[in-house]
Write a protein that binds this ligand. Structure first.
Ligand code: GAL
Length: 788
């Protein structure tokens, strides 16, 4: 490692060892103790474990450590079991065991690294974690959804002092939520080095008190920390760059940085004719804070920001840059097929892109703060965010988690609402209102520019609970039209559809099947509190005071297999399945959320044995009229209902059923379902053809089973084997089947209703990656990806 610049922040994800299981660590560890599992001291690799166990009474067996890179989720590597005693729960683990695991990493620092500030940042560890460095107990963290950092400067070894060992115990036996939470160090880890005089991490706060297309005022607070034992006169130069990388303003301010303390500096900039940030035009600026002492640069800290204004109105909803904008949102948990919660950045982006293609302009990170990169991507691609605190909790740890979230996220233009809690038991109670007020005040103190909210499912209008936040969230407000009735009674209240629909459907399934755990895409098995997307959306468009919807959910997730239990292991609420394959309801959202003409019909057209029977064909479209054609014969034309769907009763015959969408009498969109023959071949549809050779970039490859004519066989369930050769590896597989117990970390996967997914991860060395998919009785498929 070389340390030449003022600040070095480097990924610390590589070369970790992992042990799945518990290891007893003696409590009375003296500071600086050498040897033992928390340290490596002068003991040679390979010997240290034996000595540690014999000397410290930790057992004699030689443990086997696996080598891996972060992010990592050990939960997804387990086998499904229906056994709570093994730590397997339906919700938090999706019937996969949790447990305890240890991570360990050894590294060296050069002698000249001494005298600098060194810290390690964990962006998220699922479970309660304990960190030791070189035998020193550094800290414990409860709360798997927000990052934490430790200053390691004193306990690290530099140059000849020896190697460093960082040991992390993760206890994931308890759970924080009722959805799949994963286990382990599932987000990035960073090692950061600065001068003793530096900008504090998340130490800039950039607001735009004025933001019009004529002019913007950019207000920047910068916190600096001086860890020298003498006070210093410093200068802070802040430069602002536009999206093209051109410097548009720069200003310096002098300050006196008190010794061993923090100093806050304030600067105001005027930007003429700024380009405003919005989902359609996600234009970003960058502030570079350069800290100088004695004419030399001691720190350089970058903050990306956007110029935009937000406003909420009790009658008309949300305004972005003074333009009304309906919030078209989805709620999402963070897991994905093949990886559990350990998503490479590129998969986070893939998920967000799929949501954007559906027409969504907003994302609710249910029910916790998202990974930091998710917000960077939302800023960049244009996606509004309801950023969420994990719990109604004003204990020291609860407040600390909230503060860390707001300090971390308050410069993101995408973030428009701080959501402080979701469906807590204490909603509507006196105690609940007190706790919520503390959270709301804490939030406003750190960021007064965004409204606070609570996503409630009961207790509205009781004990002043929802009055302590700015926006009242209605989870399933459609029930008895309680949101509409509340608007009449409390006309000044800001409202939002914080959670809507909960429509349980299984991709490609058209009949409820309680034994196998499938719900029909016709929506015939939805929970009592849920409704179909049509109702959720039409309530919104007919009542602009509802501000927007957050559909539960964009993607299926592991756990919460409502309305079923085992053998079902994941949820059915998604507009897409766990692989991001669209369900029919995805196309409904696309029809009402997007303007580009589209038409979609359901079901598929493979119903052997149903010849002569009636089948309901539904069509979603945003055109003016749709005509349905069966084997060349018109079944009639219907005018499109802008918030509903069209329906035909069709006497089934195999062949082709086609929907034609027209505007002004012209065909602008069409889609057909064709009766497919027997499975004959595999086809691969990579999302991209080239990856970045960074050891992380992941290309999702969609895999379909086709008949001889090239039509997807919508009932196929063939098992596919993947062979990946060259500069990449198979990171995981999935198929969206909510009852599949096949492992996601495997080389084989069945297609489910015609489709499965393979995740191909680029290696750090450039080259080509050959992905081959084979299956008994089917023609194989191959695709060559480049890794540049
Ligand atoms: C809500 C809850 C979500 C999820 C959903 C299922 O009540 O906030 O986390 O459980 O119901 O419909």
């Amino acid at each position: 490692m070389r340390f030449e610049t003022a600040r070095n922040k480097r990924l610390f994800d590589e070369n970790w060892s992992f042990y799945k299981g518990d290891i007893r660590i003696p409590h009375a560890v003296k500071a600086g103790m050498t040897g033992g599992i928390t340290d490596c001291g002068s003991i040679r690799e390979g010997e240290w474990l034996e000595i540690a166990f014999n000397d410290k009474g930790m057992g004699k067996e030689q443990l086997e450590w696996a080598s891996l890179s972060l992010p990592h989720d050990w939960c997804v590597e387990q086998q499904y079991v229906q056994d709570e005693s093994l730590g397997s729960r339906d919700g938090s683990h999706g019937y996969l065991p949790g447990g305890i695991g240890f991570y360990r990493k050894s590294f060296e620092l050069p002698a000249e690294a001494a005298g600098r500030k060194w810290s390690v940042t964990f962006d998220g560890v699922s479970g309660t974690s304990t960190v030791w460095v070189n035998g020193h107990l550094i800290g414990e963290n409860r709360g798997g959804y927000i990052g934490f950092a430790y200053d390691l400067s004193d306990v690290l070894r530099y140059g000849d002092e020896g190697r460093n060992v960082i040991l992390v115990k993760v206890d994931a036996t308890e759970c924080e939520g009722w959805w799949y939470e994963g286990c382990g160090i599932y987000r990035h880890v960073w090692l950061e080095e600065t001068d003793l005089l530096h900008v504090v991490e998340y130490g800039t706060y950039i607001t735009t008190p004025e933001a019009t297309t004529q002019q913007a005022l950019v207000h920047i607070h910068t916190r600096i920390h001086n860890d020298y034992t003498e006070s210093r006169s410093v200068s802070l130069l802040t430069e602002i760059y536009n999206g093209a990388g051109v410097q548009i303003c720069a200003k310096s301010v002098q300050a006196y940085a008190d010794w061993y303390g923090e100093t806050e500096l304030e600067q105001m900039f005027q930007v003429d004719q700024p380009t405003l940030w919005s989902p359609d035009s996600p234009y970003l600026y960058k502030a570079v804070s350069i800290l100088e002492y004695n004419g030399a640069e001691v720190d350089r800290y970058e903050t990306v920001f956007g110029i935009r204004s937000i406003r909420f109105d009790a009658d008309e909803g949300f305004f972005l840059n003074e333009e009304p904008l309906i919030i078209k949102g989805t709620c999402n948990h963070q897991d994905f097929a093949g990886v559990g919660v350990a998503l490479p950045n590129s998969l986070i982006e893939y998920k967000l892109r799929l949501l954007k293609e559906m027409g969504a302009n907003a994302y609710r990170s249910a029910h916790h703060p998202p990974t930091p990169e998710l917000l960077d991507i939302c800023d960049r691609i244009g996606m509004l965010v309801m950023d969420e605190n994990r719990k109604l909790d004003s204990s020291p740890n609860g407040l600390s988690q909230l503060k860390r979230m707001i300090l971390r996220d308050r410069n993101h233009p995408s973030v428009i609402i701080w959501n402080l809690e979701n469906e807590e038991v204490l909603e509507g109670t006196v105690t609940g209102a007190r706790i919520l007020k503390t959270l709301a005040d804490t939030t406003r103190k750190i960021d007064p520019t965004r409204p606070t909210s609570a996503a409630m499912n009961h207790g509205w209008n009781e004990n002043g609970y929802n009055d302590v936040v700015d926006i009242t969230g209605y989870n399933y407000g459609h029930r008895d039209h309680l949101d509409i009735r509340d608007h009449e009674q409390y006309p000044d209240r800001l409202m939002i559809g914080s959670e809507c629909a909960s429509y349980t459907v299984t991709r490609g399934t058209y009949e409820d099947d309680p034994v196998r755990g499938y719900c029909s895409e016709y929506g015939t098995n939805i929970p009592s509190w849920g409704c179909n997307p049509q109702q959720a959306w039409s309530d919104m468009v007919n009542h602009r005071f509802l501000t927007g919807v957050f559909m539960w959910t964009g993607f299926d997730y592991r756990g919460e297999p409502t309305p079923y239990q085992w053998p079902c292991v994941n949820s059915h609420f998604g507009l897409m399945d766990t692989c991001g394959f669209p369900k029919d309801s995805y196309y409904y959202m696309q029809a009402v959320w997007k303007d580009e003409p589209m038409v979609h019909l359901l079901p598929h057209w493979n119903w052997p044995g149903s010849e002569g029977k009636r089948i309901e064909v539904r069509v979603f479209s945003n055109t003016e009229t749709v005509e349905l054609i069966l084997n060349g014969r018109s079944l009639g034309q219907q005018a499109v209902d802008r918030t509903g769907y069209l329906s035909w009763e069709v006497i089934y015959e195999p062949g082709e059923i086609k929907a034609i969408g027209r505007r002004g009498g012209l065909t602008v969109a069409e889609k057909a379902a064709v009766t497919a023959g027997q499975p004959v071949q595999i086809r691969l549809y990579p999302d991209r053809l080239a990856a970045s050779a960074d050891g992380s970039d992941t290309i999702p490859v969609r895999v379909a089973v086709l008949d001889g004519q090239g039509h997807v066989v919508p009932t196929a369930d063939n098992e596919i084997r993947f062979e990946v050769v060259g500069a990449g590896q198979l990171l995981g597989v999935g198929n969206g089947n909510p009852s599949s117990h096949e492992p996601d970390k495997a080389e084989v996967r069945r297609v489910f209703n015609g489709w499965c997914l393979a995740l191909i991860q680029a290696s750090a060395e450039a080259g080509t990656i050959t992905v081959r998919a084979v299956s008994t009785g089917l023609a194989a498929a191959e695709v060559v990806l480049s890794n540049l």
